[in-house]
Design a protein around this ligand. Structure first.
Ligand code: HAM
Length: 424
């Protein structure tokens, strides 16, 4: 009986080859861009107590209501993190980072888990690159963090990103807005979808981002008209600073975000290549979350970007993800040649030159084919006759009839360096 081949779980993916390279590049670029803005990396656990997410993200959000992977080993309720913010703020409080009174700028990358219906750009395990700046309410920080996100897209070659911006107020002014929304939506209620009916009582702001009922909810009042003076001034200043940084944005009254912790500025980066799930990333200010999870109040702002969605946009835009050429491939003739090649490659690698060889005892022709397939620039060839003469053959693999020279063993490293520097 043949066993059925096991597959990864629906909504999860393997990344390797060209996709794996792009994935790694996107993470490496994230580290570079966060360093430019002086963010420090934080690593938090992949699972946390369920209560952290229920309290942090909000009990009536889609995530907490129906999308969490929760398990109970030995009676303890644990959840695979559906997002990064709650864990970062838990760590911030647990390690008393608030005590120095400084602004803490933290970034992270890692897998997140949501039990959503899988489709293009929507997975059950996906990666987020995100950041949280905790300790300042300055609207200039809101503008800087949006500029950081856009800087990241530009380094990745992702053009055509739209920045959508809104302010959803604070606990002082939002209750009035909520009541106004409920009042205006009441006559529409019987005709709204099941989701909106549920949201009407529990989270009426989310009536605004229902795609199905968009035409019906278009006439609902804007948050802007209900902002208190502080939120209004904060939002105006954030927009002015964005203008100062040369950031184009679109005000979007329907942008309310799906997590409960937001206050004041909210934003989303969207891209047309993504289709229905068009958000590359999103975030905003969350001045109440630190107080919600701990005993101190501390304003904060952050965002997260979906790495798989970046890859969809990059694929559509055909941003280059060429395989990097390998500088040197070692070709061994016979057992002695193989030992010698192994030692020469070790010397190159310790000098910082990437190099590889073919294992086993294949013919020279097969090894040269492997070198070409790998896109090597130079082949280093050694057999018994080279060893007797104390030389190594260096063959240039670029072009049709690459030159081939014999170099004394003592000079091979220098020659390799010169050749890859000059021609590559
Ligand atoms: P979010 O909007 O839920 O925000 O997720 C941020 C990004 O993660 C989305 O824009 C999308 O690119 C990606 N994403 C979300 N769900 C999925 C999924 N099922 N499959 C693939 N990609 C997905 C947050 O998570 C907040 N923690 C962001 C934040 C940080 N706000 C303040 N600080």
């Amino acid at each position: 009986m043949t066993q059925q081949l096991l597959q990864c779980v629906e909504g999860t993916h393997d990344y390797f080859g060209a996709v794996g390279r792009r994935f790694a590049e996107n993470l490496a670029t994230a580290a570079k861009v966060f360093a430019l803005y002086d963010y420090e990396r934080i690593v938090t656990p992949i699972f946390e107590p369920t209560e952290l997410f229920a309290r942090g993200i909000g009990a009536t959000t889609d995530i907490v209501e129906k999308e969490m992977f929760t398990f109970q080993p030995g009676g303890e309720q644990l959840t695979l993190r559906p997002e990064g913010t709650a864990g970062v703020i838990r760590a911030y409080l647990q390690h008393n980072l608030h005590k120095d009174g400084l602004l803490h700028k933290l970034w992270y990358v890692g897998p997140m888990f949501r039990r959503e219906r899988p489709q293009k750009g929507r997975q059950r395990q996906f990666y987020q690159v995100g950041c949280e700046a905790v300790g300042s309410s300055d609207p200039m920080l809101d503008a800087e963090i949006i500029a950081l996100g856009l800087h990241y897209f530009s380094l990745l070659g992702i053009t055509g990103v739209t920045t959508r911006l809104n302010s959803i107020g604070c606990p002082a002014c939002r209750p009035r807005y909520r009541s106004a929304l409920r009042e205006a939506a009441a006559p529409l209620l019987p005709s709204l979808c099941e989701n909106c009916q549920k949201r009407y009582d529990r989270n009426p702001l989310r009536l605004l981002d229902c795609k199905r009922d968009a035409a019906k909810t278009a006439a609902l009042p804007d948050a802007a008209a209900f902002l208190c003076a502080e939120c209004r001034d904060h939002f105006a200043a954030a927009q002015e600073f964005l203008g100062g940084l040369g950031v184009d944005f679109q005000l979007d009254r329907t942008l309310v975000r799906g997590l409960d912790y937001y206050t004041k500025t909210v934003f989303e980066f969207t891209h047309p290549a993504l289709g229905a799930q068009d958000a590359l990333g999103g975030g905003g200010r969350y001045d109440g979350l630190v107080g919600e999870l701990g005993a101190v109040e501390m304003p904060a702002v952050g965002f997260a970007i979906g790495v798989e969605r970046l890859m969809i946009a990059q694929e559509a835009l055909k941003t280059c993800n060429c395989e990097p050429p390998l500088p040197v491939f070692g070709v061994a003739l016979g057992e002695n040649g193989k030992r010698a090649i192994c030692g020469l490659l070790a010397r190159l690698r310790h000098a910082g030159v990437p190099a590889a060889m073919d294992f086993g005892a294949r013919s020279m022709k097969a090894q040269m084919r492997a070198a070409n397939r790998r896109g090597a620039l130079l082949a280093l060839i050694v057999g018994d006759s080279e060893l007797e003469k104390g030389v190594v053959v260096i063959k240039d693999l670029r072009g049709e009839n690459g030159e081939q020279i014999e170099v004394p063993l003592a000079e091979f490293e220098q020659t390799v360096r010169e050749k890859i520097r000059v021609k590559s």
